[in-house]
Design a protein around this ligand. Structure first.
Ligand SMILES: CC(C)(COP(=O)(O)OP(=O)(O)OC[C@H]1O[C@@H](n2cnc3c(N)ncnc32)[C@H](O)[C@@H]1OP(=O)(O)O)[C@@H](O)C(=O)NCCC(=O)NCCS
Length: 159
């Protein structure tokens, strides 16, 4: 992607974040020298619900980064943003993706048939497994004990 397009994409993410519309995050290596993936708290499931999505650069897969980021964002969703439900949807054939909510104690609620859409809204006609964690389930789940430090835009500590 040309640099100008990347800048526009990031400006869009930042604008949505500041307006409280969508909360997209980059995932960096522990020394912050490399962008290795992306994640986010998405608002598309309606009021009081966040959906978490994730991707990790293939060269850094299976190092636990998606699990760590998802656990941290799950705590942020409940403890900072005060939502009632955090949802994760995955392709039934995507074993690494399915492993993440299972490891973190999300409840597998079922499979929606031919529900997935591409980012442009085009139907993909793919099934999606729906996992969710409710507010009262956080403390008893592996996600609830994830290490977490959070800061606001001014750098002040939140959690
Ligand atoms: C799915 C994805 C985000 C996982 O990221 P990751 O950082 O590699 O995930 P983690 O290392 O935290 O955890 C993956 C888990 O899946 C397991 N796993 C990997 N391959 C597997 C396989 N073929 N079968 C079963 N489990 C598998 C890993 O062992 C690990 O579990 P463990 O920690 O108990 O060993 C990454 O592979 C990715 O970006 N894929 C392409 C985009 C995508 O599919 N996004 C999800 C859309 S729903």
């Amino acid at each position: 992607m040309p640099l100008e397009e990347t800048v526009e994409l990031l400006r869009g993410f930042r604008g949505q974040f500041d307006l409280g519309q969508e909360f997209v995050y980059a995932i960096f290596s522990p020394d912050e020298s490399e962008a290795i993936g992306g994640t986010g708290l998405h608002t598309r499931r309606g009021e009081g619900v966040f959906e978490i999505g994730y991707w990790i650069r293939a060269s850094r897969a299976s190092e636990g980064f998606a699990t760590e980021a998802t656990a941290a964002l799950t705590r942020v969703a409940f403890e900072v943003c005060g939502v009632e439900r955090v949802e994760i949807r995955t392709d039934p054939e995507n074993a690494p993706s399915l492993a993440i909510p299972r490891k973190l104690g999300f409840v597998e609620e079922g499979t929606l048939r031919r529900i997935s859409h591409g980012s442009d809204g085009t139907p993909l006609q793919a099934d999606a497994v729906v996992f969710a964690l409710l507010r009262e389930e956080l403390s008893g789940s592996p996600a609830g004990s994830a290490p977490l430090e959070t800061f606001d835009a001014a750098g002040a500590r939140v959690l």
